[in-house]
Design a protein around this ligand. Structure first.
Ligand code: AMP
Ligand code: MG
Length: 408
């Protein structure tokens, strides 16, 4: 419990958490069609040249610029090359009808687009000489044979899937999916679909965390709601830790006598509990339960959401083998006033305002309470307010969009 008493900054907490994260060792080969969101486990090197041959960028005529006079030229069409077939060497004084993607025949050094010439019988009339190299896509201008096209640690988006396919890969090597076991503590928590008795609330964290984990491509096992009781918490924790790489919980992580996460994790492993000088979300627990990573999030819905985005997401990404785990943020002028300086760093739910002239500013939700999940729905990202600081209207503030915080 070395870090228990110390209050950490958000940066220190993230640094500590990441120091415990390491990439999974198991690699699997999957169909390139299924690679979306997965992390590449080995560099991909191309065995082919893309495009394989010089080819036409236009529908038109492949020509030899040496056949042209300074003014109008009339040249005979001697062959036709659609995409997928190969022509033969251009005879002097002739041109080839050619289509987009078709290989440039030997002897041709430019393509004239069909819009720039006129056909008369079997001849084509060109108003002016073309420039050598015009409308030719060169062999290898996208990818050379032997080139590393994708680096290990990168995540597949649609365009990486396409690029892997463009070098002919049927399968790609990726890290296996991270298995995350979830459970939720609280005698007051019930599942939607169940009747809500007095004093009870619905388990919204389950849905928020499922969405966040699925967005990161994790395999989730849900162990449900666990009552505020030590033995019950230990029992579920033991089972969850057997089946997962990471056990993630919400609630019960403070030091009240109804909070059992800390004692439960210490029974089956060890725990570092960190108080983080941030708002929302002060307590965050990290430890190992039977050798499995454990992260305990606070129960308040906004705290759970924000701490997941800022801490758990990069931790998971690091475990998934991703090389870049830090979200990008931008400085934008505040369209609000913040005159409540606090000792803790605040992460406000915020959204962009685009003005008539296209200038962008950022506004914040009026109620920043840690139970106000509507603020996260209204918002498009988080604004960071440094410790002990105020913000005047128009001052630059750091905005991190949810697009950088929610998904892979
Ligand atoms: P705790 O961290 O257990 O002290 O809970 C803090 C607050 O979050 C309490 O108001 C809880 O009712 C609420 N809370 C805890 N777990 C959940 C959950 N799964 N869904 C929604 N609210 C929760
Ligand atoms: Mg509780």
């Amino acid at each position: 419990m070395s870090e228990t008493r110390k209050i950490l900054t958000a940066d220190e907490a993230l640094g500590l958490l990441l120091s415990h994260a390491g990439p999974l060792e198991e690699i699997e080969s999957i169909h390139t069609t299924h690679a979306l969101g997965r992390v590449l486990a080995q560099d991909l090197v191309s065995d082919v040249t893309v495009p394989p041959l010089d080819n036409s960028a236009m529908d038109g005529y492949a020509v030899n610029t040496g056949d042209f006079s300074d003014h109008e030229s009339r040249l005979r069409v001697a062959q036709r090359i659609p995409a997928g077939s190969v022509g033969h060497a251009l005879e002097a004084g002739t041109v080839a009808r050619i289509f987009t993607g078709a290989p440039i025949p030997p002897g041709a050094d430019a393509v004239v687009m069909q819009e720039d010439c006129r056909v008369e019988g079997d001849a084509v009339i060109f108003a002016k000489p073309p420039v050598a190299g015009a409308h030719i896509r060169r062999a290898g201008e996208d990818i050379a044979r032997g080139q590393t096209v994708l680096l290990a640690g990168g995540r597949f988006r649609a365009q990486e899937m396409g690029l892997a396919a463009s070098i002919g890969l049927v399968d790609v090597p990726v890290f296996r999916r991270l298995r995350v076991a979830l459970f939720f503590t609280g005698d007051e928590i019930v599942m939607p679909g169940e009747p809500l008795a007095e004093g009870e609330i619905y388990n919204s964290n389950r849905y928020t965390l499922l969405g966040l984990l699925e967005g990161l491509g994790c395999k989730v096992a849900d162990f449900g709601i666990v009552p505020d009781n030590l033995d019950a918490t230990v029992a579920v924790l033991e089972q969850a830790s057997h089946e997962a790489d990471l056990v993630l919980t919400s609630g019960g992580v403070s030091v009240g006598e109804e909070d059992h996460i800390r004692s439960a994790v210490e029974r089956v492993g060890h725990l570092d509990m960190w108080k983080i000088a941030m708002k929302p979300g002060k307590p965050l627990a990290y430890g190992k339960a039977r050798g499995t990573h454990f992260i305990g999030l606070p129960g308040n819905p906004v705290s759970a959401f924000v701490t997941f985005c800022l801490f758990v997401r990069p931790f998971i990404q690091r475990c998934q083998g991703a090389h870049s785990v830090m979200p990008r943020s931008y400085l934008l002028p505040a369209e609000f006033v913040w005159n409540k300086p606090g000792m803790r760093r605040e992460f406000l739910r915020a959204r962009l305002i685009v003005k008539d002239d296209g200038a962008v500013g950022v506004e914040v939700f009026p109620n920043q309470g840690s139970g106000i999940l509507s603020s996260a729905v209204w918002g498009e990202g988080l604004v960071e307010i440094r410790e002990n600081s105020i913000v005047c209207k128009g001052e630059p503030v750091r905005f991190t969009p949810f697009t950088e915080l929610l998904h892979a």
